[in-house]
Design a protein around this ligand. Structure first.
Ligand code: IPD
Ligand code: CA
Length: 273
């Protein structure tokens, strides 16, 4: 199995690096965009071209593999996860950042087999940050092994979260409640506008936990395995097992911190992917 995963990984990595050049052409921002589910859920031609480059390349090489791609789903493709090898792709995670020229956006590619992530690639070409992981082989930033922080308690933790890309009233209410709670309870809070970059930061040990209600499978598939291979945990924000299609995620440097955060948070349950 690990030989097979190496083959999938090597091929995907070259494609991701090539597609990264499409992002680099607009590293200072991209003024043309369209709206999707809300006025802050946006897409550019670059998102579409990156996704096409990846899916065309991967499907030619691995004809039986399945795909869940953010922009394909936006265009009507079904978001179905089976036991088959499935590439879960966010062509530009942090599209709003990308549009503004805020340098926290990346390509996020995960491969699941039997519904479990076996490899993950998060590539921010603007800052030249390449996070990778393969099942059982550790997590890496630019080829150097990374590990999560040793933080176990919320009052010592730096916590990342996001305002998200929907203006749903109830979701915003829960988000503001949690923001207030965390500002009072933990060391500090951060929001950078990309789920994948947030998860990469937890894997790196830079932040201690990240949670969000309302993300999608493509935002978190690669981050899930990168955090776990760096020694962290990925769970449902209520404390139960991670469910990639639930649109809910909590990852942390330790199970203790994850559970403490889970019991502290107000919960929101979006419609599933
Ligand atoms: C979004 C980003 C953002 C998060 C949203 C995601 P996109 O992804 O990861 O940080 O808050 O929930 O949808 O739309 O830029 O690919
Ligand atoms: Ca995206």
């Amino acid at each position: 199995m690990s030989e097979e995963i190496n083959v999938y990984f090597d091929f995907a990595l070259e494609l991701v690096k090539t597609a990264g050049n499409l992002i680099l052409e607009f590293r200072n921002g991209c003024s043309h965009f369209e709206q999707k589910s809300s006025d802050i859920d946006l897409v550019t031609e670059v998102d579409k071209n990156v996704e096409k480059t990846l899916i065309d390349g991967l499907s030619k090489k691995f004809a039986t593999h399945k795909f869940i791609g953010e922009e394909s789903v936006a265009d009507g493709a079904k978001c179905i996860l089976t036991d088959d090898p499935t590439w879960i792709i966010d062509p530009v995670d942090g599209t709003l950042n990308f549009i503004h020229g805020y340098p926290q956006s990346c390509i996020s590619v995960g491969l699941t087999i039997n519904k479990e992530a076996v490899l993950g690639i998060i590539y921010n070409p603007i800052l030249n940050l390449l996070y990778t992981a393969k099942k059982g082989q550790g997590a890496f930033l630019n080829s150097k092994q990374i590990t999560v922080s040793k933080t176990k308690a919320l009052d010592k933790a730096l916590i990342s979260f996001e305002a998200g890309t929907s203006r749903d009233e109830e979701r915003k209410r829960v988000m503001f409640e949690n923001f207030k709670l965390l500002v009072e309870k933990c060391h500090g809070v951060r929001t950078i506008g990309s789920a994948a970059m947030n998860m990469a930061n937890v894997a790196l040990g830079g932040s201690d936990a990240y949670f969000e209600f309302g993300i999608h499978a493509w935002d978190i598939a690669a981050g899930d395995i990168i955090v776990r291979e760096a020694g962290g945990v990925c769970i449902d924000p209520s404390g139960g097992p991670f469910d990639i299609l639930s649109r809910r995620v909590l990852c942390a440097s330790s199970a203790e911190l994850a559970q403490e955060l889970a019991t502290t948070l107000n919960q929101f349950y979006p419609e599933r992917d």
